[in-house]
Design a protein around this ligand. Structure first.
Ligand code: SF4
Length: 499
């Protein structure tokens, strides 16, 4: 079937309406779920503080009901699986998004917490791969009928997050952070080789504008469905007035053979025309703002140089964007954040310019690739690049970082500021959570991880997660297993044989 994108008008989160529209979408595409059917929403951040960051439960409920209506007789499992933003237990995200209650309403739904299941090794063979293997949760590798249910959102690292980028959640923490740097667009494409979805349904009813974790609501009133991720993302990009070929991960996925971006190769149908959809999205702001510009007018002074890639002048997939998300999180939890922060200087990449910090003002070099050789407040400073090349980072040895260890480690490192106002926070990338903690320590701000309203559900989800993980290890369930037989037909031809 030609790649098809269906645009349907849906003004609100009425589950019955979503159920009907998605069932019609499945009919139009001639799809019938079977075997292990797995739905992957976007639950990167959930709860009442993040109302527009995740695939809403009413939406997923409508999708599940429609899948059940259309299922063949050999449906063996109808499941939802996700790994939310790193360091947070997925249990906490499911709870915040009301997915446990939703699953009970639908009945017979399995919820897979991707941070609690074995991770399966998937070999990669395509010539442009970043590495020879990656890991994905077992339910993903075993899915017979895979449904991608992203949220329609802007993104500070990749401009937008539609269906292709939603695959970042089919990895657990240690593997997700590997290559989450200036090669993020290529990582998103490598993940496409794990499997391609049979069906995509995007929650574009209230879209997320401007940011990823704390987006502003944008009333689009639409459901976008399709059978090809590149085609669907290309249409979504056009809806917000962007050329899909200007968005690197969409262009790279098209070049890798995962689908077309040209409208002439995509069948667009539904009760919204592309033009009507464009009118509805008029003024939608996507991501991609350089960190120096992002902090203009605040006490944070940011400076950036190129990452080690050689052909890029900015690390779009790594530390700078994480800092933008970190400050927005702090602003969300504390409206006095900007007023509370003293002057701070943050340096990313190989920076060759001036750092006009006054004596005693903190200057924090963020990330392994941060480097500088010059004078700060009248004294010579030499910060060497300690970046390790990609080939030195082996997925089998990737480490899971506990959130409480991160808190302790960041607090300890930030204490060095009392002795020397110039320090480095190592890592590649330094995650959103760590950068948030840097600002908490630098500004003496309240730590959102310890906010009373969240402490109890967080602790309960955390303990449940860690206990189950420990039991799994005690039972001898291996963390990494050889890859299963994948649905080769879903993959581009060049990945079928070792190169
Ligand atoms: S250390 Fe940070 S800025 Fe440097 S390459 Fe890694 S992710 Fe990018």
């Amino acid at each position: 079937m030609q790649p098809t994108v269906i645009l349907r008008r849906c003004p609100d989160y009425n589950t019955a309406r979503i159920h009907l529209l998605v069932r019609e979408g499945l009919q139009t595409l001639g799809l019938r779920p079977w075997g292990r059917t797995l739905v992957k929403p976007n639950l990167v951040a959930t709860g009442k503080e993040f109302p527009h960051a995740f695939t809403r439960p009413e939406f997923t409920e409508g999708v599940l009901l429609a899948l059940r209506d259309r299922a063949r007789g050999d449906l063996t499992e109808l499941a939802v699986g996700e790994r939310c933003g790193i360091t947070m237990p997925t249990r906490y995200a499911f709870r915040g998004a009301d997915y446990y209650a939703m699953a009970r309403r639908v009945g017979g739904i399995t919820l897979h917490h991707f941070d609690e299941v074995p991770q399966v090794e998937i070999p990669l063979y395509h010539p442009a791969r970043l590495r020879d293997r990656l890991f994905t949760p077992q339910p993903v590798a075993r899915a017979d009928f895979f449904v991608n249910c992203p949220k329609f959102k802007a993104h500070p690292w990749t401009t937008v997050t539609f269906s292709l980028k939603n695959y970042i959640g089919i990895q657990d923490d240690p593997h997700r952070l590997l290559d989450h740097d200036h090669a993020l667009n290529r990582k998103v494409v490598d993940l496409q080789y794990v499997l391609q979805p049979d069906f995509i349904a995007v929650d574009a009813i209230i879209a997320g504008e401007g940011r990823m974790l704390t987006p502003l609501p944008f009333d689009l009133g639409m459901i976008v469905m399709g059978n090809n991720q590149v085609a669907l993302d290309a249409v979504c990009a056009r809806i917000i007035g962007l050329d899909p070929e200007s968005i690197p991960h969409i262009r790279l996925a098209r070049e890798a053979g995962f689908g077309p971006t040209a409208l002439s190769e995509i069948d667009i149908t539904g009760d919204f025309t592309l033009e009507t959809a464009r009118q509805a999205a008029e003024g939608f702001r996507s991501g991609l703002i350089r960190v120096e510009d992002y902090f203009q007018g605040t006490n944070i002074h940011a400076y950036s140089g190129p990452p080690p890639a050689g052909d890029q002048d900015y690390c779009w997939g790594g530390c700078p964007g994480a800092m933008e998300e970190a400050i927005e999180l702090l602003r969300l939890f504390n409206s006095d954040t900007d007023a509370s922060l003293p002057p701070i200087h943050l340096v990313f990449g190989d920076y060759r310019g001036e750092i006009p910090a006054a004596a005693g003002e903190p200057v924090i070099f963020i990330g392994d690739c941060a480097a500088f050789n010059g004078s700060i407040a009248g004294r010579p400073v030499n910060i060497p690049n300690i970046y390790r090349s990609r080939s030195e980072k082996e997925p089998l040895k990737a480490r899971r970082d506990d959130v409480f260890l991160k808190i302790a480690r960041t607090s300890w490192s930030m204490r060095n500021l009392k002795r020397d106002p110039v320090i480095r926070m190592a890592g590649c990338p330094v995650s959103v959570a760590e950068q948030l903690l840097i600002l908490v320590e630098a500004g003496g701000l309240p730590n959102p991880y310890f906010a009373p309203a969240r402490a109890l559900p967080f602790a309960s989800s955390y303990l449940s997660w860690r206990t189950r993980s420990a039991l799994r290890r005690l039972r001898g369930t291996p963390y990494n297993r050889p890859g299963p037989t994948l649905r080769g037909a879903a993959r581009p031809a060049q990945n079928l044989e070792p190169s």
